[in-house]
Design a protein. Structure first.
Length: 108
């Protein structure tokens, strides 16, 4: 019984580690990249992503809407990835400043 629990725990740990590695290596498709660049050029805001416990994840969400304007999904981007897109550098700095201001307001 102890061996099967240990094996099960090792299997879960391996799956989690693989998932994290895959998340780090994800790349935007050309359509997603174009959407992000257009959003940056238009000055659309990026929304800081928080964990369920209120901690910043270092990621930003870009809401994606249909032609009618209804938001149906979001592109989640790493801060480091956003910084590599020249059109997005200003938007990233603005999003970080807004996030930091919100954290300061919550802690006071």
């Amino acid at each position: 019984m102890a061996v099967s629990r240990l094996s099960f725990s090792a299997l879960i740990l391996a799956a989690l580690t693989t998932g994290v590695a895959q998340a780090d290596s994800m790349k935007l498709t050309s359509a997603e990249h174009e959407t992000v660049v257009q959003a940056c050029e238009l000055g659309l805001p990026f929304i800081p992503v928080e964990s369920d416990f209120g901690y910043q994840t270092g990621q930003f969400a870009l809401p994606v809407s249909d032609d009618g304007g209804d938001v149906h999904s979001a592109i989640i981007l790493e801060e480091a990835s956003l910084r590599t897109i020249p059109e997005c550098k200003g938007e990233v700095e603005d999003a970080i400043a807004r996030r930091d201001d919100a954290e300061d307001t919550r802690s006071s």
